[in-house]
Design a protein around this ligand. Structure first.
Ligand SMILES: NC(=O)c1ccc[n+]([C@@H]2O[C@H](COP(=O)([O-])OP(=O)(O)OC[C@H]3O[C@@H](n4cnc5c(N)ncnc54)[C@H](OP(=O)(O)O)[C@@H]3O)[C@@H](O)[C@H]2O)c1
Length: 288
């Protein structure tokens, strides 16, 4: 069994790794800071199962290259946990000029899934998105899917966490017939490095509220549950909290929005990487 886990070098991802490493044969870890990862993973039992993949998820060219490395080493992936993410100052751009919240929390992972699809389908994989209850305060993006206009840190974060759920739904819509399962989750309010790259006021607010947060170990529980629970206990395409099925906002149930986000994401990748992607189940429904 093979696992791919993003954001394993801190917080929820690190605890997810500690719990899942003994249960998988090979564990591919896309990381943006290889020396940090090497230092951290040095002391781990079973570290020989780990394959580090250099990948800044906000840089599409790096995601594509990293996915190629994974595919060169395995034909099957059984679990992919899209956990990396965070809150970034509104309006901050990636190296490729994309809004950093959109690129890191959504588009990088969207591309990772597109590139790994052959191995995910072969492994009849579970693709798990670490979303957030913050999705509930997201407003409809209108035509501004990639946050070209928005410059509000919290609004941007809420929107991209909504995208995690819409992506989950569309992935199931497109690929459940080929054996793919996908789930989204809220980990809880967790005491991690979350927010360390946010704007100064958001950082201050998070630092104060962290006093009331749960431990990273408790925050990893729902990710671990979704990665390992027998399939008969899980509902494909749904959102979980505290290891239980949970409701979502009305916007997160909007099938047209999910399809439009999918189409936009494919177009954005083509625009940035400058290559024509073969049809990846996009439909010409236009952008809402
Ligand atoms: N903490 C909470 O209360 C909370 C609540 C709801 C949802 N979440 C979600 O939970 C997930 C994990 O967050 P966390 O709380 O564990 O935060 P964290 O401690 O800051 O960990 C974030 C992880 O993502 C990695 N990462 C960030 N940007 C990246 C990039 N551009 N490329 C590659 N890796 C990148 C970080 O790598 P480095 O080690 O290199 O920084 C780190 O491993 C996030 O998606 C977050 O939105 C958290």
């Amino acid at each position: 069994m093979n696992l791919v886990l993003t954001g394993s070098t801190s917080g929820i991802g690190w605890e997810t790794l500690l719990a899942l490493l003994p249960q998988f044969d090979r564990v591919f870890l896309p990381v943006r800071n290889i020396s940090k990862a090497e230092r951290l993973f040095q002391s781990l039992d079973k570290k020989e199962k780990i394959v580090l993949i250099p990948m800044d998820l906000s840089v599409l060219a790096e995601v594509k290259k990293g996915a190629e490395i994974i595919l060169s080493q395995t034909e099957q992936i059984h679990v992919l946990i899209n956990n990396a993410g965070g809150m970034y100052p509104g309006g901050k751009r990636s190296k490729e000029g994309i809004d950093l919240s959109f690129a890191t929390n959504h588009l990088g992972h969207f591309l990772l899934v597109q590139e790994l699809l052959p191995a995910l389908i072969k492994g009849k994989a579970r693709v798990i998105q670490v979303s957030s209850e913050a999705h509930r305060i997201a407003l409809h993006p209108g035509k501004d899917f990639s946050l070209k206009k928005s410059s509000n840190t919290v609004a941007a974060y809420a929107l991209v966490k909504l995208y995690n759920i819409l992506f989950t739904k569309q992935l199931v819509n497109n690929y459940s017939s080929e054996g793919l399962n996908s789930y989204a989750l809220h980990p809880g309010a967790v005491r991690t490095a979350f927010g360390s790259e946010a704007s100064t006021w958001a950082k201050g607010l998070i630092a104060f509220t962290k006093l009331f947060f749960i431990s990273p170990k408790a925050g990893a529980a729902t990710s671990i549950f979704l990665a390992t629970a027998p399939e008969k206990y899980l509902k494909n395409g749904y959102y979980y909290k505290n290891k239980k099925l949970s409701s979502t906002s009305t916007l997160a149930k909007d099938a047209k929005l999910a399809q439009a986000l999918w189409n936009f994401s494919l177009e954005e990748i083509d625009r940035v990487l400058g290559n024509a992607n073969p049809d990846k189940k996009g439909e010409n429904v236009g952008i809402l």
